[in-house]
Design a protein around this ligand. Structure first.
Ligand code: ATP
Length: 317
């Protein structure tokens, strides 16, 4: 085999409850992840010469990795050892027990620095693709462990579906879902830095001085998911990072308000933002809502998607 292509979904957080800041700087979270049909693709191949568009070769031990990126906001993605897909390939290469060389061609549809875990998704896709290309056949548990070492959103991109993450978000349990949900995502110009949004969240909390509750999975949200009840889910959506994201990007208030005015069942900032997520009643409602958001000129672009969908999976090779 000379090439393997893996498709990997974006995530939206249906509940993101942020506990008190821990001594190590992280926060304990309750994070209900939901994988949606907005996909990046990563093709891992045995390099022949210098692949077109590739960044400099990243060498670690006996592994050599190059990466190229095309698609939405590709210019904002690093082409060196900072690329999360490259880091994933290097982490897996340690298990290969022999010299390996791979080129990773990333095709992006997930907005960069958009709060939809696109970099983590690419890392998960690179793990699955290289595992297959190198014939390692690690079980999912092992890939999840390697993924957790790369970032707290990586395990969910392997897992897919809908899941509740605890700890830093990396300890996952599946959540039963009784139906399909339809979404509109309003993409913003530029990204928001996840550490900056957490920092702003801490600052806002310190300024009010109110005690921060220990996060728990929301029962109404779990019941809405189990019943496949979009109306109830829309009401239960919650993101503790939203006030901080709005403080750093006040224009998102208008985006959220426009979605609510046009009948969204729920509207929230996705993760650390600045992408905004809107829950619709049906695919047709999602298409109408997307058109209304574009007409209102409150975002760079819109995409519609449904969830839940599976995590990283091989589509060719
Ligand atoms: P999260 O929701 O997990 O906090 P995000 O969706 O807001 O993340 P990403 O798209 O993962 O953000 O990008 C965060 C940063 O990571 C970007 O600024 C980018 O420079 C860097 N990065 C590294 N590798 C990648 C990659 N393969 N795709 C996108 N960004 C990457």
């Amino acid at each position: 085999m000379t090439a393997v292509t893996v498709r990997v979904p974006a995530k939206v957080n249906l509940q993101l409850s942020v506990g008190p800041r821990r001594d190590d700087g992280y926060h304990d979270l309750v994070n209900v992840f939901h994988a949606v049909s907005l996909f990046d693709e990563v093709t891992a191949s045995v390099p022949v010469g210098v692949p077109p568009g590739a960044g400099p070769a990243v060498v670690s031990g006996t592994a050599t990795v190059t990466v190229s990126v095309e698609g939405d906001s590709a210019g904002q993605v690093p082409l060196d050892g900072d690329n999360l897909a490259v880091r994933a390939a290097l982490a897996l290469a340690e298990r290969a027990g022999r010299p390996v060389a791979v080129h990773l061609a990333v095709r992006k549809a997930i907005p960069v620095a958009g709060g939809m875990a696109g970099g983590s998704a690419d890392a998960a896709a690179a793990l699955v693709a290289c595992d297959e290309l190198w014939g390692l056949r690690l079980d999912r548990r092992e890939l999840l462990d390697i993924g957790a070492g790369l970032g707290s959103d990586v395990p969910f991109a392997l897992f897919g579906g809908t899941a509740v993450g605890t700890g830093r978000g990396e300890r996952l349990a599946p959540v039963p879902v009784g139906g399909e949900f339809h979404w509109v995502f309003a993409l913003a110009d530029g990204g928001l830095s996840t550490p900056a949004v957490y920092g702003e969240c801490d600052r806002l909390r310190e300024s009010t001085g109110e005690p921060v509750a220990w996060p728990r999975a929301d029962e109404a949200l779990m019941a809405a998911l189990a019943a496949g009840d979009a109306k109830a889910l829309g009401v239960a959506l919650v993101n503790d990072l939203q006030p901080a994201a709005l403080m750093l990007r006040p224009s998102l208030e208008r985006t959220l308000a426009a979605g609510r005015e046009h009948g969204a069942l729920g509207a929230l900032v996705s993760g650390s933002g600045p992408t905004c997520a809107f829950l619709a009643e049906s695919p047709a409602h999602a298409a109408d809502l997307a058109a209304a958001l574009r007409d209102a000129d409150v975002c760079r672009a819109t995409v519609t998607a449904h969830g839940p969908v599976p995590g990283a999976e091989i589509v060719a090779g």
